[in-house]
Write a protein of this length. Structure first.
Length: 405
């Protein structure tokens, strides 16, 4: 369809609303406003129209204006407890210093519109193009009282520094591009760091494009508070009942929780197994044994769990060599690791303090071992108040047991 045809049929362009649900209440918290063209063959999406930057700015501005007015008119007739999300092209917004958008909102504000319930969605990619030249503009538009959402975050790799500086209220991540079956853990790692950053800057993480059970599960596991997608509700011409997905979400959450609990239980079981084993092994170690003799004995006793074992003091200085399992499954001592310092590692000190206080061993999260380039976990165990044993568990072992990956 030609852009000009769309403009000629402007009176048939109507807003659609896609509900956005919150995890905490399982209710609709708001709607993204989308443009549709009403035709005899049904209502057609106009997403392409707003995404095509070759279409003259005037057309897109005019149509945006038209849809936003209709949506606000319809919204004003509701109880206005929901939030309305409006997409906007960052370059169009900058072009007139945000005036068209702000003026429109202000005209409704005088009729009682609460600006705190309006969200302006800007694509991360566009904002990244303009932010550094227009920092003040982006701070300025955040002073009017409506909220700012960064849309399509992570689509082309995300700009964590941009997000940290802009401090949007909402961060939207599209999960639609992921394969249904299995998510490469890579995405999860990126989204985990997004989730951490959101928490630090007080932003809400919203996952959109959710069209499957797995994608909803993924969103839940990765710290998403808001969810949007056809698995819950497709865009609709009208607003919906706020509890329309409540039962479904509650049921799905129950599945997620059962599954995650099983995983945690497996991790606790392994932790207990290793603790029992190490207590046993420590009894066989005499005070005259060197640290290297100690890890040799641990290696023999924990052979099926480990591929690397070493001992550090409370300041992170390695006291033993590395006991490492060679290709042919024999343990060798590698002296080179001795007296290296590991206190700079994430979680290291926290871990030491925890072990000291709770007097028990811990299993780490999954992370990639630099040398082996595979995902592993580390089990750490307090030998004394000043001496700690670290035992790296290979991917193979974690893979064979249920719930450890
Ligand atoms: Ca959007």
């Amino acid at each position: 369809m030609d852009p000009l045809d769309v403009m000629m049929s402007k009176e048939h362009v109507i807003p659609y609303y896609q509900p956005i649900f919150s995890a905490d209440k399982q209710l609709v918290v708001g709607y993204e406003v989308l443009g549709r063209l009403h035709t005899e063959e049904g209502d057609k999406s106009l997403d392409w129209f707003f995404q095509d930057k070759n279409i003259p700015d005037e057309y897109r501005l005019e149509l945006d204006d038209h849809i936003q007015k209709l949506a606000l008119d319809e919204y004003m007739q509701t109880d206005q407890s929901a939030i309305l999300f409006f997409n906007y092209d960052a370059s169009l917004l900058i072009r007139d210093n945000g005036e068209t958008f702000i003026k429109r909102l202000e005209s409704y504000q005088s009729k009682g519109l609460n600006l705190g319930h309006i969200v302006l969605e800007l694509k991360e990619e566009d904002v990244a193009d303009y932010f550094y030249e227009n920092k003040h503009f982006f701070y300025y538009i955040q002073s009017f009282g409506f909220r700012l959402a960064l849309d399509d975050v992570g689509h082309n790799g995300s700009n964590l520094d941009l997000i940290a500086m802009l401090k949007p209220n909402i961060i939207k991540v599209d999960v639609a591009f992921m394969e249904d079956e299995e998510f490469p853990h890579l995405y999860s790692d990126v989204h985990q760091s997004l989730s951490m950053l959101s928490r630090k800057i007080g932003a809400t993480l919203l996952f959109e494009g959710i069209s499957t059970f797995n994608q909803l599960n993924y969103s839940w596991r990765n710290g998403g508070r808001y969810y949007q997608g056809s698995y819950l509700r497709s865009p609709h011409r009208f607003f919906v009942e706020s509890d329309c997905c409540r039962k479904k979400m509650q049921k799905e959450f129950q599945h997620f929780i059962v599954y995650e609990r099983k995983k945690m239980e497996s991790q606790f079981t392994l932790t207990n197994e290793l603790t029992t084993q190490l207590k046993q092994t420590m009894k066989t170690i005499s005070p005259d044994d060197t640290f290297d003799e100690m890890i040799r004995k641990v290696a023999t006793d924990c052979d099926r769990y480990a591929f690397r074992i070493y001992v550090c003091d409370a300041e992170g200085f390695q006291q033993s060599s590395n006991a490492e399992k060679s290709q042919d499954n024999k343990w060798v001592l590698i002296e080179e690791g001795r007296f290296k310092n590991w206190s700079w590692r994430p979680y290291f000190l926290e871990n030491i303090v925890r072990m000291n206080i709770e007097k028990r061993g811990f299993l780490s999260d999954l992370y990639t071992d630099i040398e082996r380039d595979e995902r592993i976990r580390t089990y750490s165990y307090p030998i004394t108040d000043n001496l700690f044993l670290f035992l790296d568990i290979p991917y193979n072992y974690l893979f064979e047991q249920e719930g450890l990956l």
